[in-house]
Design a protein around this ligand. Structure first.
Ligand code: PEP
Ligand code: MG
Length: 592
């Protein structure tokens, strides 16, 4: 190797998972599958179709195993990636195409599978949107798995390192990323992928420092090269000089110290320097995530998205099944609170027989409390299950998607019926269970003062509040630039809600993404918010911020932010304030 090639070289990508990794390059070789077309005799066709069916069945089992592993090691969001893979595998059009082409063209199934999915991958890769490119990566992952089963190779995941390395790849499929050995892979860098790519999500869950979208790192680096990867900034130093190595070793040490300090905060309260107490809670979708909230130093669950009980199965969960889940989760958390949100089906969450996909405007349609109020049977069963769990645990009920007084009055009436039923049957429950609402629709925020009198608490759902205030579909990438979390109108609605809660003496929290966004922390506290509920992994950082600032400081920052005209001005200002105080904080800013 010439000295020229070994010269230090700086590359940049998108920081996708925090931390600093120093080590040797391992290039992960990923080849496009080489499939030969083989002409079949007409008599071989039925056999070939059977071979396809069997490979699909084996692939389904294999994806389900990955899904289980993902749920175990990385949680529900990552598990969902593999749900999407199952949908791709079981797509009826895909099956029809393969079957009819094998029958008509009389070629082997591997060749047809590769061709059908290859065309889809190509079309999506060419598309401008990141979502489509991610989908292409998922289809590629399913294709490769299916081909492995068609070739009788089973679950082999190729080309993983066997010694300690920094892994470089063009892109990593979710399956490849999921099966990485955390002990051996100290860092990841990929040519492709964005912050929301599945590799990035997985890497964050596995806590591996990662940079994506580097461009052509796999061409520039060689196996065994020395490399430094800064997952906090997105900077990569290839063949670092000894001075650079020293600099990064010191940074790595500082970062480790910082992480350790965060861990040590676990049992500390989230109290500002001048004594204002803030509750830090976790958002969960599965009961088992409650443990992670506690291990991250959270003091309860501010949002249990109970609709996931529906989304993870095809049948409707019974009252007893729900009771068991709520009771178990409350038991894990006790004495801390568990706020269970009643089903929020609809919008982008569908369930056969209850909410179908064929609405014109699902986000403005049959969703959440509207479904509950029209399906009293399901609603009452859920409320009974929650009430029963409240006899032993600190359970609270929260209604989503409330537009005004009417829904609260109606829902409370159903709750009273459920209480009477239980009382009649002498089933223990807490008759004074606390009942709150999500403030996530602008109409509710605007009349929060009227709603405060009939609620025990408010929880602001900023994800939907931003969507409905800015008229921007939260899942539509084409208009993502309009989804402005720090839009002055959104901030005013939060302020109104907070003041209304304060006036009525009821607690107000935030459980949307903003609750776990470090940039928003001083602002929300300055606006009077007392409870923040978030992905549990964010709890330590948010706690650190709170414990390092005074309430007065937060109020000062808030006063200034509230005078700004645009979301980007507010965000830039908040970032700057945070940077001044926490230079080492690997802050994951979201929304503009
Ligand atoms: C919200 O809307 O902010 C929220 C927390 O609920 P979801 O994201 O489940 O709609
Ligand atoms: Mg919502």
């Amino acid at each position: 190797m010439s000295p020229e090639e070994k010269r230090e070289c700086i590359l940049r990508g998108v920081p996708a998972s925090p931390g600093i990794a120093i080590g040797r390059v391992h290039l992960m070789v990923q080849r496009e599958p080489q499939i030969m077309a083989r002409k079949l005799a007409p008599s071989e066709v039925p056999l070939e179709l059977g071979r396809f069916d069997q490979a699909v069945a084996e692939t389904r089992n294999s994806i389900e195993r990955s899904r289980e592993r993902a749920l175990d090691v990385a949680g529900f969001l990552v598990g969902k990636i593999f749900d999407a893979h199952l949908m791709i595998l079981d797509d009826v059009t895909f099956h029809d195409q393969v079957r009819s082409r094998v029958t008509k063209e009389q070629f082997n199934a591997d060749y047809i599978v590769c061709d059908v999915l290859g065309r889809m991958i190509e079309m999506m890769t060419r598309s401008a949107g990141e979502l489509f490119r991610e989908r292409a990566a998922d289809i590629r992952d399913v294709r490769d798995r299916l081909l492995r089963h068609l070739h009788g190779e089973g679950d082999v995941i190729p080309a993983h390192p066997t010694h300690e390395v920094i892994l470089l790849a063009v892109d990593l499929s979710p399956t490849e990323a999921l099966h990485l050995d955390r002990e051996l892979v100290h860092g990841i860098a990929t040519d492709q992928g964005g912050l929301t790519s599945h590799t990035a999500i997985l890497a964050r869950s596995l806590d591996i420092p990662t940079i994506v979208g580097v461009g052509d790192i796999t061409n520039r680096a060689k196996d065994g090269d020395s490399i430094v990867l800064n997952g906090n900034s997105g900077k990569i130093v290839l063949n670092p000089t000894s001075a650079s190595l020293e600099e990064y070793r010191a940074k790595q040490e500082r970062f480790r110290g910082f992480k350790l300090a965060l861990e040590n905060l676990k049992d500390q309260r989230a109290t500002t320097l001048d004594g204002r107490e803030i509750e830090l809670w976790g958002n969960i979708e599965l009961p088992r995530e409650a443990e992670s909230v506690l291990s991250h130093g959270g003091s309860g669950v501010g949002l249990f998205r109970s609709e996931f009980l529906y989304l993870t199965r095809e049948t409707t969960p019974t009252e007893d099944e729900q009771f068991e889940i709520y009771d178990r989760t409350a038991e894990i958390l006790a004495p801390f609170p568990l706020i269970i949100r009643t089903f929020d089906l609809g919008g982008d969450k569908f369930h056969a027989g209850i909410v179908s996909r064929d609405e014109k405007n699902p986000f403005l349609g049959y969703r959440a409390i509207r479904v509950s109020l029209s399906r009293r049977d399901l609603f009452r069963a859920q409320l009974r299950a929650m009430l029963r769990a409240s006899s032993r645990g600190n359970v609270k009920i929260m209604f989503p998607f409330v537009t005004g007084v009417e829904e609260i009055v109606e829902a409370r009436a159903v709750l009273d019926e459920a209480k009477s039923e239980l009382a009649r049957r002498r089933i223990p429950h807490d008759p004074n269970i606390k009942v709150g609402i999500m403030v996530e629709i602008p109409s509710a925020a605007v009349i929060a003062d009227r709603l405060a009198g009939i609620c025990d608490f408010f929880s602001i759902g900023t994800n939907d509040l931003v969507q409905y205030t800015t008229a921007t579909d939260r899942g539509n990438e084409q208009v993502a630039a309009y989804y402005r979390s720090f839009h002055p109108a959104v901030l005013r609605l939060i302020e109104m809600t907070s003041k209304a809660g304060d006036g009525a003496g009821i607690p107000v929290g935030v459980c949307g993404e903003m609750g776990g966004n470090p940039a928003a922390t001083p602002l929300l506290i300055g606006l009077g918010i007392r409870e923040l509920s978030m992905t549990s992994s964010m709890i330590p950082e948010i706690k650190k911020i709170i414990r390092s600032m005074t309430f007065e400081e937060c109020r000062k920052i808030t006063r200034k932010a509230m005078k700004m005209n645009t979301s980007s001005d507010v965000l830039a200002y908040l970032r700057e304030e945070l940077k001044k105080r926490f230079a080492d904080l690997p802050i994951w800013f979201s929304g503009a």
